[in-house]
Design a binder for this molecule. Structure first.
Ligand code: GFB
Length: 318
């Protein structure tokens, strides 16, 4: 069944300052939405059950994009498992329950491709969920994300809530986190090559062996898919959102090097973890519904670097 939003219907984007939330805000505004509800962390701590309930009671959204969470790359995930588990479990539970309580008509919950077993067959299909052990470096985050999917499904089954779960592959784009300790690989590489360029250095160190393969989707494509799914999709269980191709980390490093600092040489720090050997989603269900990504990786890397130069590099230097 199609779910249609009018331009003045209140839509809550939970997590609007993050990589994904800010892209959804851009996408909804570009589509003519005039009634977006947002709250900064200072205004509303999504881990606080009473605060979330009363905020939703006051603002009464018709629809919710639940894209808030404590997120990070392989190092942050493996060194801060308690935060990743607690923060995300609380955020999912509070927002989903408060959304039911105030009668939200549609909620889109965003998970992550790390919910699937470490050694799932590739490309990964949705029924692979809970068929094998998780990748240890992000088990805490994955368990919280799986709980979020199961909450949406349980609320659909018991209360008839139209809450859906989308599983994106690795994301990148404007408003990403470029901090080397907590970021994902793509923003980390942009920063490392740019720092080396500015310092006149030619050696850049990439973590791990460079052999793991990852699929990267530009966040503007993801935001478009989220809006599409909110309108057209109403089933239980996860639905994958990917680009359809993966690259080895070494190839990605060369791609970023060629854009940012072509003279640089790459070496690998094999004392750092590789994580899952390969993560490529099978997104054919989404394609069959009629959605396709539109931003090729090389184009997305170049535009993200431009964004970095304009918004992050000046702060890093100054
Ligand atoms: O992006 P990333 O941190 O996330 O790392 P995951 C991907 C691969 O890039 C790993 C390598 O093999 C890293 O070792 N890598 C190379 C680097 N250089 C760097 C670097 O400078 N920084 C980083 N961060 N990686 C995360 C999960 O896994 O993916 C989360 O931990 C989430 O739960 C997210 O699912 C999408 O793809 O390994």
């Amino acid at each position: 069944m199609t779910f249609t939003l009018d331009a003045d219907d209140p839509v809550f984007v939970a997590g609007h300052r993050g990589l994904v939330g800010s892209a959804i805000v851009r996408r909804l505004r570009a589509g003519g939405h005039r009634n977006l509800l947002t709250a900064t962390r200072d205004e509303l701590d999504l881990r606080d059950q009473a605060a979330v309930r009363s905020w939703l009671e006051e603002h009464r959204p018709r629809a919710v994009h639940l894209v808030a969470g404590t997120v990070g790359g392989i190092l942050a995930n493996s060194t801060r498992p308690a935060e990743f588990l607690y923060d995300n479990l609380m955020i999912h539970a509070n927002v989903v329950e408060a959304a039911r309580h105030v009668g939200v008509e549609k909620l889109l919950y965003l998970g992550s491709s790390c919910i699937y077993p470490r050694l799932a067959d590739q490309p990964i299909v949705e029924p692979a969920l809970l068929t094998g052990p998780l990748e240890p470096t992000n088990e805490a985050y994955a368990v919280a994300k799986i709980a979020g999917i199961k909450m949406c499904d349980a609320y659909r089954a018991q209360y008839g809530c139209d809450f859906v779960s989308a599983m994106p592959t690795n994301l990148y784009g404007p408003n990403d986190n470029f901090d080397l300790q907590s970021s994902h690989v793509l923003p980390a590489l942009i920063r490392k090559f740019d720092d080396a360029r500015l310092a006149g250095e030619t050696q850049v160190t990439v973590w791990g062996t460079g052999r793991p393969r990852r699929e990267f989707l530009h966040v503007d494509d993801l935001a478009d898919a989220c809006v599409f799914l909110m309108e057209r999709y109403d089933e239980p269980g996860p639905i994958n959102v990917g680009y359809g191709e993966d690259v080895a980390i070494a190839e990605l490093a060369e791609m970023v090097r060629d854009v940012v600092h072509p003279e640089a040489e790459i070496d690998f720090d094999t004392s750092k973890p590789d994580g899952t050997p390969r993560k490529l989603l099978d997104s054919s269900r989404l394609q069959q519904l009629g959605w396709q990504p539109s931003i090729p990786l090389a184009q997305g890397v170049a535009s993200t670097y431009e964004w970095y130069l304009e918004h992050v590099a000046p702060r890093a230097v100054g």
